[in-house]
Design a binder for this molecule. Sequence first.
Ligand code: FES
Length: 143
Amino acid sequence: MSASQSAARRTVLKGAAALAGAAGAGVTLAACTTETNSGGGSPAVPTEPVELGAASEVPVGGSKLFRERKLVVSCPAEGRYKAFSAQCTHAGCVLDKIVEGEGNCPCHGSRFDVATGKVLRGPASAPLPEVPVKVEGGRLVAG
Ligand code: FES
């Protein structure tokens, strides 16, 4: 193999590596898009009533995340409660924390107002779905 043939071969190999890299990036994007549509595979809102524990655990003027139930409950005033799905409307991740009234999605950084469900920061564009909630014998029941 001459020097010029070998140089040409290296160029071809580099091109192939670049293509493989581009294809890999394409696969990553496609997977993210699929996730968006699947919603994580479970319903964003409960299909039957879910008991969340003592209503007094949600502070007046504050909120509480029930991560394992995929719900967030806020209490705008004494005895009044609002519940929302805690499943991010972007790609279905469950919010991981609430900081100063903002629910944080750990996957791509969306933020939601947990008192209204409204999107405060994307990439999510749809609000968190509201879930009916009531107090029975001092216990919160959602769904
Ligand atoms: S899943 Fe992407 S921001 Fe929540």
